[in-house]
Design a protein around this ligand. Sequence first.
Ligand code: S3P
Length: 437
Amino acid sequence: MSGGGQSWVASTGAALHGAATVPGDKSISHRAVMLGAIADGVSKVEGFLEGEDTRATAAIFARLGVRIETPSPSTRIVHGVGIDGLQAPKEALDCGNAGTGMRLLAGLLAGQRFDSVLVGDASLSKRPMRRVIDPLTQMGAQCDAETGGLPPLRIRGGRQLHGIDFASEVASAQVKSAVLLAGLYAEGETSVREPHPTRDYTERMLSAFGVEIEYAPGYARLRGGQRLRAHDVSVPADFSSAAFFLVAASIIPGSELRLRAVGLNPRRTGLLAALRAMGADIREENAGVHAGEAVTDLIVRHAPLHGIEVPVELVPDMIDEFPALMVAAACAEGTTVIRGAAELRVKESDRLAAMATGLQALGVVVEETPDGAIIQGGALRGGRIDSRGDHRIAMSFAVAGQLATGEVRIDDVANVATSFPGFDALARETGFGLRAL
Ligand code: S3P
C-alpha cells in the first residue's frame, strides 16, 4: 500500500461537463474472484476494479493456489480449482484495507481442510469481526480474533461445519455473505435473515455460478455440498464511486455531467432517492442489464438542494454514500437529519466523526449524534481536513472543496486507491479544481 502522507488541495474549479466512466464495482469484483476461484472451470472477469482492496483479494487466492491471469487491465482470468481445491497458504493472508475481503474470506476459509490467518492494515485491524466469528462458530468453525474481536483472524481448518438458521442483528451484506459462503461447506441447509435487506450480490452470483439458492430481500437459503460452475462476470461501474460526481455536479452551478453505465442494484441506490428528495436533477438514460445487474447512464445537472430528514429505511441502501450525502447537506438550504446510521462508526473510519469534524473545520454547523448527524446547510470556507486514511472521506472533501471559499487541504488520501484509483485525474478531467501536494 502507498504511504499515508499524500495530500490534495481542492479548490473552486469549473462547472462539471462531459461524460465519465467510473471504475468497476468493488463488491462485485471481490465476489467474482472468490467464486471463480472455487468454481470448476475458467471464469473471465471483465471490468474488474483495479483497486487495492480487490487486488488484495486476487493476491490472496493466488496464495491459495489459484492461477489468476491479467491479460489486460481490469480483466482477470480465474482458473477455478473447484470447491475443495484451495491449498494451504504458506503465510498470513493480507486483506489490506478491505472489510469485505476479510469478512467474506472468513466464511469461505472456515470450512477448508487447512488453517489460515487473515490480517489487515491499521484501519481494518480496528474493525469488528465478532459479527462474523459468532455465526461461523455456531456453524462449528473455529475462528479466533484478538481481544475485542479484532483482526488478525486465526481460522482452524479441518472442522466439519453444519448449517444454521441465522438471524443477523446487523444489516450487513458482509455478514450474510460470510455465512452463505461457509454454508457451501456445511452439512445441511444454511439460511440467513436480515433486519433490513442488504445488497444481494453474493446470492445473485452464486446462482449465476450454478448454485441452487433461494433468496428474497432480507432472506437467503442454500444447501451445502454444491459445486460451482465457472461463469464469466462483467462488472458494472460502481455506484458508490459515481456518488461523488452525482453530488459534485448537483452542487456546482452550471454543471451537467453524464456518468456512463452505472450499476443500479436496488440495494445500493438510496443516495439517488435521497438526492432527488433534496431537489437534485438526475435523469436516467440507456437503461440496460449488465451481467444480471441493472445499469444506466445517469445525467446530473446542477440544482438547488434543500435539507431533508433521511428516511431511516434508506440507510442500508446508501450505507457507503453518507460521506458524500453529508457534503450535499452542507451545501443545501436548511437542515438535514441523519438517524439510524451508527454502522458508519465502524467503517474504514468513524465516518460520522470524520465528516462532522471535517465539515466543522470548513465552518459548517454540524451536530454529531450517536447514530447520525444534524447538518445546517450554509457557506463553506477553506480549511484542513484529516481524511483518517478513509477513501470516501478524502473524496467527499474533494467535492466539498469545489464550493468552499478558500482552499481545502485534505491529508492522508493514499487510500483512495483502495476503491477508486485515478479519482483525482478523472475529477480534474470533468472540471474539479484538485491537485496533489
Ligand atoms: C459490502 C457491504 C457493506 C459496504 C461495503 C461493501 C459488501 O458493508 O459498506 O463497502 O460488498 O458486501 P457491511 O456489510 O458492513 O454493511
